[in-house]
Each structure stands twice: as structure tokens, then as C-alpha cells.
Write a protein that binds this ligand. Structure first.
Ligand SMILES: [Zn+2]
Length: 269
């Protein structure tokens, strides 16, 4: 691998990357090398269904700097069974798990039963509360409902990933101690509301993410996303805020350490 010619940024944390996805099967090692070359040294890999958990556990054991989260994602509702909640509970006692996720509500896809989504979401919020773990939340066309559900679990911390709500909804999430995950969508000039939010939001509530292989940056539409591309998102956010990328990098990495706990901070690299 060639050394990058520019100074290395501070460590970056990709707070949301589906690195277990089959689209990485052929070149996962190279993807990780490119990530390291870009300074993306730590990554949180969230689960989407019960079948994904053993795969993610094995992946995170194999590579330094990868941390698992386990959860039942609303888009995969048809695969979930109530007994998976019991299996999830057993997984949460593991000392390497950094969060419960990816969980949430998706009201964009109207074939997904909303009552069932609410059931799995709230059961998992209760588990997170019981285990004192942060949550990684998916909220598509359902930010209002997500905020209402989170309110029923005071003290719970977490991140709403790929946030696409209003400034007012963001404020309510900050008030509950929640962070917002920002990735590829902020690189699109048309995303005016989102870019205004990113430019003005409190830095202490900001996490960087890719959601790779999904949500590619502007200029890479249709291509597989990957963690190394988070540098472009960092650059876009730095420009929007008028701050040096290094300070955004340092702040967001500190935020990730704070949210996901000492398991990451103590890990030697
Ligand atoms: Zn995701």
C-alpha cells in the first residue's frame, strides 16, 4: 500500500458500517487497508437480523478496531421472531458489544407493519435500558415516532443514524442526550436543510458514519460506499462549518468514544 502524501488526520471512527455485507466478501481486506490509510481506524458494525450476529461477531474478532452492535432492523421485519429477543439478550452480556443496533422505525416502506415495528423497537429499547447500552437508531419517515418512543425510556443514550429530520426534532434528541450520525447525504448540495443543520448543530452531538455499502457520497452515486470515503464527508462537514477537518475529526472521535464506551478507548491499536 502506498503511504498517503497528506498528513494523517486524527483517528476517525466510522460509527455505522455494514462491513459484514456480502458486497465486501471479495475484497474486505483491501477495504480495511484503505480505511486505515484514510485514518478510519475504528468502526462499529451493526447487525440487522439474528442471522447477521454470528457473522459480525466473527468479523470483529478477526480484525482489530471493529466493534459489534447487535439488533433487529425494521427493514428486515419479516425475518424477526419474538424468540430472537431472547437470543439478543444473551448476546448483550458479551464484553465486546458496544451498542444495541440497528433498531428503529421505517415508515417509508409502507408494507412493513407499523405495530410490529413498534413492538420490536420498544422491546429492544427496554433491553438497552436494562443493560445500560447505547442504541443505534434507524428513523426513516418516522423521526417523530422515534422521538416519542425514546422519551418513554429516560436515561437511554444513543445515536439517530443518517438523521434526516427537522431542526426542532434534532433539538429534542439533543435534550435527551442523543447524537446524530452524518454521512454521505451531507455531501449533496441539494440537501439544504440537512447541510444547514450540520453547519449549525452542537459539535458534541455529531458522529461521522458511512452506512457503507449504502449511501455513497456525491460523485459516487450508484457505487458501493466504503469507510475510506468518510474523509470526503469529513471535508464537506468542515467546509459547511468553516472549521478545520482536524478539529471535526478530533471532536467526532471523542464523541464516539464517549457514546460507545471504554471498550473502544482502551483498545490498543
Ligand atoms: Zn445501517
Amino acid at each position: 500500500m502506498t503511504e498517503p502524501s497528506h498528513p494523517q488526520p486524527a483517528w476517525l471512527v466510522d460509527s455505522h458500517v455494514h462491513l459484514d455485507d456480502a458486497s465486501f466478501d471479495d475484497d474486505r481486506g483491501q477495504v480495511l487497508e484503505r480505511a486505515a490509510g484514510a485514518g478510519v481506524r475504528l468502526m462499529v458494525v451493526p447487525g440487522v437480523d439474528a442471522a447477521s450476529w454470528p457473522r459480525i461477531e466473527a468479523l470483529c474478532r478477526r480484525h482489530d478496531g471493529l466493534y459489534p452492535a447487535y439488533g433487529l432492523h425494521p427493514l428486515f421485519l419479516a425475518r424477526h421472531r419474538p424468540e430472537h429477543l431472547g437470543l439478543l439478550r444473551e448476546r448483550l452480556v458479551g464484553d465486546d458489544v458496544v451498542a444495541l443496533g440497528e433498531i428503529g422505525l421505517d415508515f417509508y416502506v409502507d408494507t412493513l407493519d407499523r405495530g410490529q415495528q413498534q413492538f420490536y423497537f420498544e422491546e429492544q429499547l427496554a433491553l438497552a435500558t436494562e443493560f445500560g447500552l447505547p442504541v443505534i437508531v434507524h428513523a426513516r419517515r418516522a423521526v417523530e415516532e422515534v422521538v416519542l418512543a425514546l422519551r418513554r425510556f429516560p436515561g437511554l443514550r444513543g445515536v439517530v443514524h443518517s438523521f434526516a429530520g427537522s431542526g426542532q426534532q434534532a433539538e429534542r434528541l439533543y435534550d435527551m442526550g442523543f447524537m446524530l450520525g452524518m454521512g454521505g447525504p451531507v455531501t449533496y448540495p441539494r440537501a439544504k436543510r440537512l447541510r444547514h443543520l450540520v453547519a449549525t448543530m452542537p459539535i458534541d452531538n455529531l458522529l461521522l458514519e458511512t452506512d457503507a455499502p449504502d449511501q455513497p457520497n456525491a460523485g459516487h452515486q450508484g457505487a458501493r460506499n466504503e469507510p475510506a470515503r468518510m474523509l470526503e464527508t469529513l471535508q464537506a462537514i468542515a467546509e459547511l462549518r468553516g472549521e478545520p477537518p482536524e478539529s471535526i475529526a478530533a471532536a467526532t472521535t471523542a464523541n464516539a468514544f464517549r457514546l460507545f464506551g471504554m471498550a473502544i478507548a482502551n483498545r490498543s491499536l
